[in-house]
Design a protein around this ligand. Structure first.
Ligand SMILES: [Zn+2]
Length: 253
């Protein structure tokens, strides 16, 4: 039987059994166990891991563990520069696009509000989420760590917060989204892009009161709904500013 020692850093400890948090511990490994296999067996989804060192050397998820190995496992770094080291995931995804699991509808809407392409359907089974993530190169958002252990999911984000506004803030911080946010450019209902529309064309489609008070409108390319900067829009803008520190831009600008 192979035995290795493990040390997990920072928030990765949240996934461990309490007695294993914050210090090195020994664990038996199955025969031919890889780093990914053992990290997940100890409770940490591989999507949460950014760097693995075995005996001080950076390795991939497929490294086989040998007796006496010392394994250090790190989450995404903010302060410490690890660029000279090999990260476990070579390629960042080119576009930041998401698929949210069934329990994160509120977060999915807030991400659409900030302009991020986010698929969400509360009937998606886990297999479908895995397939969408793999074929479309989407980051999986979930509070289900078992989902993140699936082989087809290379990029995921375990969401710790419970309230959707706090979840948005958490995802923005972890993935550094503020600079690429484009608030009010995407339909909250169907995820398609919004385009400015001539007020003359919009006029017959909106209530007379709205027509009298607004002269800028956007239309959804997917479902055709018309939006304007009403009170609901202003409340959303305040939410985004508070959550993400994003200077909200209107779609019509
Ligand atoms: Zn739409």
């Amino acid at each position: 039987m192979t035995q290795a020692t493990f040390r997990f850093y920072e928030e990765l400890n949240d996934f461990l059994a309490p007695e294993r948090r914050g210090h090195e511990f020994a664990s038996r490994c199955a025969r031919a166990a890889t780093t990914k296999h053992m990290i997940e067996a100890l409770g940490v989804p591989h999507t949460e891991v950014e760097l693995v060192l075995v005996n001080g050397e950076s390795v991939g998820f497929d490294r086989l563990l040998a007796d006496g190995d010392r394994v250090a496992v790190y989450p995404k770094f903010e302060a410490l520069d690890v660029t000279p080291l090999l990260r476990v995931r070579e390629q960042p995804l080119r576009d930041t696009r998401f698929v949210a699991d069934a329990h994160l509808g509120g977060l999915a809407h807030l991400l659409r509000m900030t302009g991020f392409d986010t698929l969400y359907d509360n009937h998606y089974p886990d297999d479908e989420i895995e397939r969408i993530a793999a074929t479309q190169g989407r980051i999986v958002l979930t509070r289900d760590r078992e989902l993140l252990k699936r082989r087809g999911i290379t990029h995921g984000c375990y969401v710790h917060a419970l309230r959707s506004e706090l979840q948005l803030r958490e995802v923005f911080q972890r993935l550094d989204l503020a600079r690429s946010a484009r608030p009010f450019t995407r339909c909250l209902s169907c995820n398609a892009l919004l385009r400015p529309i001539d007020p003359v064309l919009a006029a017959p489609l909106v209530p007379p009161r709205v027509r009298a008070q607004h002269d800028r409108f956007v239309a959804c390319e997917g479902c055709g709904r018309i939006f304007w900067e009403g009170s609901h829009w202003r409340r959303m803008r305040e939410t985004i500013d508070a959550c993400c520190g994003v200077q909200a831009l209107s779609a019509a600008q």
